[in-house]
Design a protein around this ligand. Structure first.
Ligand SMILES: Cc1cc2nc3c(=O)[nH]c(=O)nc-3n(C[C@H](O)[C@H](O)[C@H](O)COP(=O)(O)OP(=O)(O)OC[C@H]3O[C@@H](n4cnc5c(N)ncnc54)[C@H](O)[C@@H]3O)c2cc1C
Length: 842
């Protein structure tokens, strides 16, 4: 009885701490009172009394009495931290300090404020943005022939280049006063998404001038003269920009570029002026081969002391006209058969005046900061939009294909194995879109949430890889054989591009997300580090002591939270409303508290050596990343007005995310640096074990069913990409076939019921004619059956080529048509023969 009373009281205390973050002093007083009453009432045996009093008194005295705390905790800890504090280069410091922290800090700290999440406003398109998407973007999508671009021209056709310039696609981020479109981040992302779903080459071409590059840098750091000159020319496409940072010896470690500029006097426009003599070698530069102006990052040096006594001035960014003497540009790389312009460039003893430096002479050495600040916004827009484009396009096309394509007399999308993959496509597309919207709401409200944009870049491109792979598997051979009618292969080929650029994914996951997150989101870590770096011992001790007190309160509160939420199956965690969706908020709250405990402990135990523990860091990134996505999904569902038909998508993606968080934390604890502590923590933050589950079969079935049939949830899921019912269009034929096949189904069902089967020697047309003749179907029904059959034949057809066409890099090709397939069997045999023979003859 006593022990039950004691446990009950303890639990009540933990719960109070979990929900109200009680200050130490109050907590100590309450506990003291409780222990005194309990002891006086004879509630303890001597042994248990000793244990409980000791457990209370040791931390209470250590933390509560300033003198003792400073001597036994603050001073030794400060000393140890000073020893293990990792050295940080200036470039690392700039990268960590870039941007702001936002919603992810709430998730990081263990007690997300759901009201705050509800108060965020998801972005909406302005009238101009909507008109642009429905006008020029729609027109552009209709003009695009990706096969022609990729296999015939290896470039966009001149009319598309002209169209892009005419409609100022390259000036989306440039203000109207300079002739640009001045779109919001959301408008910009919507345009990239729509184009990329149609053609990666066109998407990337539009994306790059609007992303990290000359326009963005000029807007934030340029001089008035530079803006007045360049921005109107960039907006209308008179200037095509690129940005060159990467070189053969500096990729991910971009701060280590060997490219350099030496301050010197030189000649510019017939006059002797102060400037820089540059030498560089860059590669992989998108739009480089057609660029008229190069944004260049290099390191500036002043060996002759022309500017002062500092020799190494740091990374600097300049804008260099491509025709400047000494610049070599124009050769191309071929990134995985995707035909956007990309290539190397170099400069040999190129002299530039100071006015070419972005922001002028005063910005020499500020380049790295400029780049990481711009990246903290830019990487949240373009590549995540491409990921969503792939998700939406895969969901729409694969859903339709899986319905239309039948094997064993059944739509393949109704087989459970295929449903599993379809559910992943639908759920992940929803999740990627939710993440995109929440991030854009931050960007459009002026935030620069660098951790969130890194999360979004990494997980949207990784999930793009998953959905496109699933789409390929579901299409079978139809996805594999490339040709004008293959709408998947290019996306499949281009996946590693998104994975690699704007921060390669392995590095982003294992180093950046949690590395930056821990320092920026933790409420006390930065303060402790700053204190440790303070030279004056008294100041250092005072500020470290203050931070330590707060840190201890923070840790104890989160530990109580994680335990109370864990043991109650998350039912004691706060939620904005009751019900099924409310439960997900509670689960997320529980995971957030567990995350806060694990991250704090790992940081305390490993200190500075955590920097090298990239596997642990990667798992923390997963946990933080999926918590962000789960919250984004719940937010989107609310913002959409909680449509019932979206529930399968919402539940699938939330369950998927929460499960990933749980498993990431479990892996962290299994690999905890101190094994016994890992076990202890696991039992206290997951007292009921790992009880979150993956989406179950019935939920996956409901998502798959939603993706393969026309309906409002499918339309909402794929909103914002180019769709058409035009049977002659690359993907329009899928929509057309889907409708026709659904219309024919009741007739087919009736015939199957009447056991009217097609005779083995009849073709489909003959069979339908026979049915019509014997009045088993009406003329109208016969027409519906034949139309469905013809539309299906278009959808399942794949392209084929003569050997000559293959040798000419498939330059002159015809789109496969079902008619051709029905009649070309002999030619195909001959073609196969030539294919086999020709190489031997050569
Ligand atoms: C198609 C394409 C377009 C591009 N466009 C541009 C452009 O316009 N301008 C420009 O300047 N650059 C551009 N890039 C360059 C791109 O940013 C780099 O490719 C990228 O930074 C990675 O550099 P890298 O390829 O040299 O790989 P590496 O840096 O050699 O990295 C190789 C692998 O090691 C991993 N890695 C490296 N360091 C670490 C670490 N500390 N921890 C964990 N993993 C690590 C990376 O994640 C990666 O998986 C482009 C690249 C491509 C392929």
């Amino acid at each position: 009885m006593n022990i039950l009373l004691l446990l009950g009281a303890l639990f009540a205390l933990f719960y109070a701490i979990a929900r109200h973050q009680i200050p130490f002093r109050t907590l100590a007083l309450i506990t003291l009172l409780f222990l005194v009453v309990f002891t006086l009432a004879g509630g303890f045996s001597f042994f248990w009394g000793l244990i409980f009093w000791a457990t209370f008194l040791v931390p209470a005295v250590l933390l509560g009495l300033p003198h003792i705390r400073q001597q036994f905790l603050t001073r030794p800890l400060l000393q140890r931290i000073r020893k293990v504090l990792p050295s940080m280069s200036e470039t690392e410091r700039d990268a960590i300090e870039a941007g702001s922290v936002w919603w992810e800090a709430e998730l990081f700290r263990g007690a997300p404020d759901w009201q705050l999440l509800q108060n965020f406003r998801l972005p909406v398109l302005s009238d101009e943005e909507r008109a642009f998407l429905e006008g020029p973007v729609e027109q552009l999508c209709a003009m695009i022939d990706d096969w022609d671009i990729t296999h015939k021209r290896l470039d966009l056709p001149p009319e598309i280049w002209a169209f892009l310039k005419q409609h100022r696609f390259f000036g989306m981020i440039i203000p109207r006063r300079y002739g640009g479109l001045e779109f919001s981040a959301y408008g910009h992302s919507a345009v990239v998404m729509k184009i990329a779903a149609r053609s990666i080459t066109a998407g990337v071409t539009v994306m790059v001038p609007n992303s990290l590059g000359p326009a963005e840098l000029l807007l934030h750091y340029g001089t008035d003269e530079q803006r007045d000159y360049y921005l109107p020319r960039l907006a209308d496409g008179r200037e095509i920009p690129c940005f060159a940072l990467t070189g053969p010896f500096a990729g991910s470690d971009a701060g280590a570029i060997p490219d350099h500029g030496v301050i010197c006097m030189g000649e510019h426009e017939g006059k002797k002026v102060l400037g820089l003599r540059l030498n560089w070698e860059k590669r992989y530069i998108t739009l480089g081969p057609v660029a008229t102006v190069l944004g260049l990052a290099f390191k500036a040096f002043d060996p002759d002391g022309l500017l002062g006594d500092q020799e190494e001035l740091g990374v600097t960014c300049a804008l260099i006209p491509a025709d400047t003497p000494g610049v070599t540009i124009g050769r191309r790389h071929f990134p995985l058969n995707v035909a956007f312009q990309n290539g190397p460039n170099s400069g040999k003893d190129v002299f530039i005046p100071m006015e070419y430096i972005i922001g002028g002479q005063q910005n020499i050495g500020d380049g790295w900061r400029m780049l990481v600040e711009s990246l903290s916004v830019g990487r949240g827009i373009s590549l995540p939009a491409v990921g969503v484009a792939a998700g939406k396009a895969s969901a729409r096309a694969t859903g339709a294909y899986a319905y239309v394509r039948k094997q064993f007399n059944t739509s393949i999308g109704k087989f459970e194995g295929v449903e599993e993959a379809l559910a992943r496509i639908g759920g992940m597309a929803y999740m990627m879109e939710a993440g995109r919207l929440l991030t854009l709401s931050a960007l459009d409200s002026g935030e620069k949430p660098s951790i969130i944009t890194a999360i979004l870049k990494y997980y949207n491109t990784e999930h793009m890889r998953q959905v496109v792979n699933d789409a390929m598997d579901i299409h079978g051979g139809r996805g594999i054989c490339i040709g004008p009618s293959n709408y998947l292969a290019r996306a499949y080929q281009s996946i590693p591009v998104g994975i690699t650029v704007e921060g390669a994914n392995i590095l982003t996951r294992s180093m950046i997300i949690f590395g930056q997150g821990a320092i920026r989101c933790h409420p006390f870590l930065m303060k402790e580090m700053e204190a440790a770096m303070t030279d004056d011992q008294d100041d250092a001790e005072a500020s470290f002591d203050k931070a330590l007190r707060g840190h201890a309160e923070y840790f104890v509160t989160n530990y109580c939270r994680a335990f109370v939420y864990g043991i109650s199956g998350s039912h004691l965690a706060p939620t904005p409303y009751p019900g099924r969706i409310g439960d997900y908020y509670q689960r997320l709250g529980q995971m957030s508290a567990a995350f806060a405990v694990c991250s704090d402990l790992v940081l305390m135990v490993l200190g500075g050596s955590f920097k090298r523990k990239e596997m642990l860091s990667g798992r923390f990134a997963d946990a933080l990343g999926y918590m962000f996505y789960a919250s984004a999904v719940l937010k989107k569902f609310d913002a959409d007005g909680q449509p019932r038909s979206d529930l399968p998508l919402v539940e699938w993606s939330t369950k998927y995310c929460l499960y990933q968080v749980q498993m990431a934390l479990d892996e962290i604890l299994r690999n905890f640096p101190i094994k016994w502590l890992g076990v202890l923590v696991r039992h206290s933050i997951f007292p009921l074990g790992l009880n979150l589950r993956q989406p179950n079969d019935s939920l996956s079935h409901r998502v798959a069913a939603l993706v393969i049939r026309p309906g409002e949830a499918r339309d909402r899921l794929t909103d914002g990409i180019y769709t058409t019912d035009d049977p002659d269009d690359l993907t329009g034929c899928l929509e057309d076939a889907l409708h026709k096949v659904i219309k024919a189904e009741p007739i087919e069902r009736r015939l199957r019921h009447d056991e009217v089967e097609q005779h083995g020697l009849e073709d489909y047309q003959q069979w339908v004619d026979r049915l019509k003749k014997s009045q088993q179907v009406t003329a109208e029904e016969a027409d519906i059956l034949l139309q469905a059959r013809a539309a299906t034949a278009t959808v399942v057809a794949v392209d084929d080529f003569t050997s000559d066409e293959m040798r000419n890099k498939m330059a002159a090709t015809k789109k496969a048509t079902p008619k051709k397939r029905a009649t070309n069997a002999p030619q195909k045999k001959a073609a196969r023969k030539t294919l086999k023979k020709k190489p031997a003859a050569q």
